[in-house]
Write a protein that binds this ligand. Structure first.
Ligand code: NAD
Ligand code: ZN
Length: 377
């Protein structure tokens, strides 16, 4: 590894040149890490819905060309000046939700938000305002502070954590987003109680992680809701006790669920990114104590409408990003839980692909044929 330290690395990456275009495998240059930064050799990355949104939904705040990807696993190649928490050779997971331990959010136990690199991360640049990637003489922007669709990436030290070297990176990369998001929403955000009735909108990766969490928390009834009935068999394996398709009913699904659950669920989760499903998720909760947790990422500019009476009569509406986990503290523990077989991870991997097949990963996700595709470099 020593021969690359301090030097520009030439490697392959999947580049998003512009919105609504397939990714292109290119040879790129990756600069060495500056002070407070870490350069990582990425060995595996998941393909996530949020990457697809960045590619498919025009968002004026997003910068192109860009290297997408935020569910990665890799090995530290070199570190910049002052980096103490990781060293070359460490196995790591990049974190799109950083943890700096210093900002007002990090000091508040109620949130996992961190403002340290937020402003530059949203602009697709490193904390000093520049980028570390180039291709054909053009600078490439970073994405979510992680950019894992590249053989090498550079992240801020606050955006990475060391994990157990024995954990398979091609599996635990998925703890970098979907699985931790759904599982954390149950244990940190909603705090599902034993014996409760839960409903989960969307039986993709995030929804299945919610189901896994609800089952582990002791929920006795878990209702899965999806418009694709092909998702029901896997959802049952993860723990749903029944599955329903809103297309089978000519009235709002929240009414159907309320009737089937003696006036509503104790806990409901939205894992789609649809404002209509969010409304149904809120209104399917039981008056007085029902808790709805919204996780889906909606299109830019989307607005949510629901009956205020639901909230006034005691339904709680909340949500979380990255499952509410304080990322650098929690991710290594989630990896340990996986290693002790306390949480599922392998069961989420439907396909493993090589980098040149990464666009197939997006197709498999959009056609509903995969839970997760993992790209192995
Ligand atoms: P996915 O595509 O794997 O799953 C979505 C599921 O929803 C699919 O099974 C699909 O058939 C179903 N669906 C679509 N429209 C529906 C409708 N109208 N009614 C019922 N079911 C419907 O996606 P995913 O990876 O599980 O992600 C789910 C959502 O969570 C996305 O919006 C994603 O951006 C978001 N997300 C949020 C966070 C967070 O931190 N809050 C993290 C990761 C992903
Ligand atoms: Zn912080």
């Amino acid at each position: 590894m020593e021969d690359t330290v301090g030097k520009v690395i030439t490697c392959r990456a999947a580049v998003a040149w512009s919105v609504k275009q397939p990714l292109v495998i290119e040879t790129i240059e990756v600069d060495p890490p500056k002070a407070g930064e870490v350069r990582i050799q990425i060995l595996a990355t998941g393909v996530c819905r949020t990457d697809a949104y960045a590619l498919d939904r025009y968002d004026p705040t997003k910068a192109y060309p860009v290297i997408l990807g935020h569910e990665g696993g890799g090995i530290v190649e070199s570190v910049g000046e002052g980096v103490k928490s990781v060293k070359p050779g460490d196995h790591v997971v990049p974190l799109y939700y950083p943890q700096c331990y210093e900002c007002k959010f990090c000091r508040n136990p109620k949130t996992n938000f961190c403002s340290k690199v937020r402003a530059t991360q949203m602009k697709g640049v490193m904390p000093d305002g520049t980028t570390r990637f180039r291709c054909k003489g053009k600078q490439l922007f970073h994405f979510m502070g992680t950019s894992t669709f590249s053989e090498y990436t550079v992240v801020a030290e606050v955006s990475v954590c060391k994990v157990d070297t024995n954990a398979p990176l091609e599996k635990i990369c998925l703890l970098g987003c979907s699985i931790s998001t759904g599982y954390g929403a149950v244990v940190n955000t909603a705090r599902v109680e034993p014996g409760s009735t839960c409903a989960v909108w969307g039986l993709g990766a995030v929804g299945l992680a919610v189901i896994m969490g609800c089952k582990k928390a002791g929920a006795t009834r878990i209702i899965g809701v999806d418009i694709n009935p092909d998702k029901f068999a896997t959802a049952r394996e993860f723990g749903t006790t029944e599955c329903i398709n809103p297309k089978d009913y000519d009235r709002p699904i929240q009414e159907v669920i309320a009737e089937a659950t003696n006036e509503g669920c104790d806990f409901a989760f939205e894992c789609i990114g649809s404002v209509d499903a969010m409304r149904a998720c809120i209104e399917a909760c039981h008056k007085g104590w029902g808790v709805s947790t919204l996780l889906g990422m909606t299109a830019p500019g989307a607005e949510l409408t629901a009956k205020p009476y639901s909230i006034v009569t005691g339904i709680t509406c909340n949500g979380s990003v990255f499952g509410g986990w304080k990322s650098r503290d929690s991710l290594p523990k989630l990896v340990d839980e996986y290693m002790k077989k306390e949480i599922k991870v392998d069961e989420f991997v439907s396909f493993t692909l090589t980098l040149d097949k990464i666009n197939e990963g997006f197709d498999l996700m959009k056609s509903g044929k995969s839970i997760k595709s993992v790209v192995i470099f």
